[in-house]
Design a protein around this ligand. Structure first.
Ligand code: HEM
Length: 489
């Protein structure tokens, strides 16, 4: 009864005294039912494809509560108090904390099974040990080397499209699926250097199927029972593990002749058999978990960046033309190298505007691991801290009245100067747990659009329905059908 009635009552009162209010706590459920009701109303909404005001569709409860209680508010997820942070200064304090006071929220067994207990979900000295091994795989010199491999993968996809579009005719392609395949291919080849495309494919297919099962059923209460769904899940998990083990074993078998390699997998294997540095070694099980993290995290988010940018360029033909001019000026019709890509200022501005309006990760979550004072607000241990990236990135107070409009010019002087507060833009997060793959993803996206703009012009197919949904990442619910026209035959 203490946890179910008294504690919620006391905590609610304490927050009220500090000026933080929110939807009322209901016995055991907190605000879960109210949240479900609000979400249900938004589920079937289809928006006008010129509207980027998508909070009403993907975070309708946050929108409703923040307009009623202010952008920083309290709500109860069952018996856990959660504070939604609407102030970029508080967000900065939480994300920049170096001492693990705000730990990552446990994502649930289903997500762990897909992504593995890798860098994104571990804490403390384990995180530091993994980070020391993995970080060098993303240094700038390594990225420069990866660009060539990335370009080969992009060329392969675009040539397939060219082959389909005979006689200068318009060709309709559902690009979100194509981008998923392309980003999978890029991560396998450039980060794992794998020519083992069969096992690479098996991993992605197993992760995708597990993911679809997970979004259809978040109820973990039966997770140990041999239900039909669980048997399927266990089979897929096993298939994924076997495929990863096979990739690792083949690298180990070839290591006498070729060494472990200097890509991510090679660096992890080096650490696993260290000569003198035992402080940063990873076990084979840990390597398998990291592979899952990078296979999934490395493509799922980037493919959404490509998808939403394609959507924005298709609906803003004048920007598409400006970008094409820039690409042809800096790269001509050659395959772009990293020097050329670094000169694509307008392309980069459009990518940032896309990440602002359609961030692949719309929310970040942390838990206070002890009682904390957050910018004067007393936060009891165990409170969840929710950082609504999607809301912060379209807050009119920081972005101005045109916050919901597509206007890449706001990024003319760089991302940190685009809004009134430098941390109002957070697609890759900030602080010690910021995205390790940010430069990789931006390089990949610049390359894809440079090569695509060299070859095609495109517009939205009339079949498109504007219905963004948050299925772990922000996605177009019915895909993104695009009409493509080859520029040269
Ligand atoms: C547009 C593409 C991407 C976006 C928007 C994105 C976004 C993010 C965000 C928001 C986080 C922080 C999560 C949190 O704090 O809870 C994160 C972490 C991470 N991302 Fe990305 N990501 C992208 C691409 C990539 C790629 C391509 C890779 C790998 C090749 C990658 C690897 C990681 C890893 C390993 C972490 C965990 C870092 C840590 O906790 O130390 N990401 N990403």
């Amino acid at each position: 009864l203490f946890d179910l009635i008294w504690r919620p009552y006391i905590i609610t009162k304490r927050f009220e005294k500090q000026g933080v209010r929110g939807p009322p706590y209901k016995f055991r459920m907190g605000a879960k039912q109210e949240m479900k009701d609000i979400q249900k109303g938004a589920e079937t909404l289809v928006l006008d494809s010129r509207s980027h005001d998508i909070a009403c569709k993907v975070l309708p409860h946050y929108q409703a509560w923040s307009s009623q209680y202010g952008t920083t508010f309290l709500y109860w997820m069952g018996t856990q108090p959660r504070i939604c942070l609407g102030d970029p200064e508080m967000v900065k304090q939480v994300l920049s904390s170096k001492f693990g006071f705000y730990a990552k929220t446990y994502p649930g067994a289903n997500i762990m099974a897909i992504m593995g207990k890798g860098l994104a979900f571990i804490e403390g000295s384990d995180w530091a040990r993994h980070w020391r091994v993995i970080n060098p795989a993303f240094h700038i010199d390594k990225l420069n080397m990866m660009a060539k491999t990335m370009a080969e993968c992009v060329l392969h996809t675009l040539s397939e499209w060219e082959k389909q579009g005979n006689d200068n005719k318009t060709l309709e392609i559902e690009v979100s699926r194509q981008f998923e395949e392309l980003t999978c291919n890029i991560i396998s080849h450039s980060v794992f250097g794998t020519s083992d495309s069969i096992n690479g494919k098996k991993i992605f297919e197993a992760q995708k199927e597990l993911f679809l099962i997970t979004i259809a059923d978040f109820n973990g209460s039966m997770r140990y029972l041999p239900t039909k769904k669980n048997l399927k899940k266990w089979k897929l998990e096993k298939r994924m593990k076997n495929a990863l083990t096979s990739i690792i074993n083949s690298r180990l078998d070839n290591s006498k002749k070729l060494g472990y390699g200097d890509d991510l997998l090679g660096l992890m294997l080096h650490s696993s058999f260290p000569v003198n540095d035992n402080n940063s070694s990873l076990s084979i099980d840990e390597i398998i978990d990291e592979c899952k993290t990078f296979y999934f995290g490395g493509h799922e988010t980037t493919s959404q960046l490509l998808t939403w940018t394609m959507f924005l360029l298709s609906t803003n033909p004048e920007w598409q033309e400006r970008l094409r001019e820039e690409v042809l000026k800096e790269c001509g019709t050659e395959t772009p190298n990293t020097d050329m890509l670094s000169k694509l200022k307008l392309v980069t501005m459009v990518l940032w505007e896309s990440l602002r309006l359609y961030p692949p990760a719309i929310l970040l979550a942390r838990d206070a691991s002890k009682d904390m004072n957050l910018g004067g607000l007393m936060i009891p241990k165990g409170t969840g801290l929710m950082i609504p990236i999607l809301m912060l990135q379209r807050d009119k107070e920081h972005w101005g009245e045109d916050a919901n409009e597509f206007n890449p010019l706001r990024f003319e002087n760089g991302a940190s100067r685009a809004a009134r507060h430098p941390n109002s833009i957070l697609p890759f997060s900030i602080g010690p747990r910021a995205c390790l793959g940010q430069n990789f993803a931006m390089l990949e996206a610049r390359l894809v659009f440079a090569m695509m703009l060299q070859r095609f012009s495109f517009s939205l197919s009339p079949k498109y329905k504007h219905s963004p949904v948050n299925w772990l990442t922000l996605q177009p619910q019915f895909g993104l059908p695009i009409d493509l026209r080859p520029l040269h035959q």
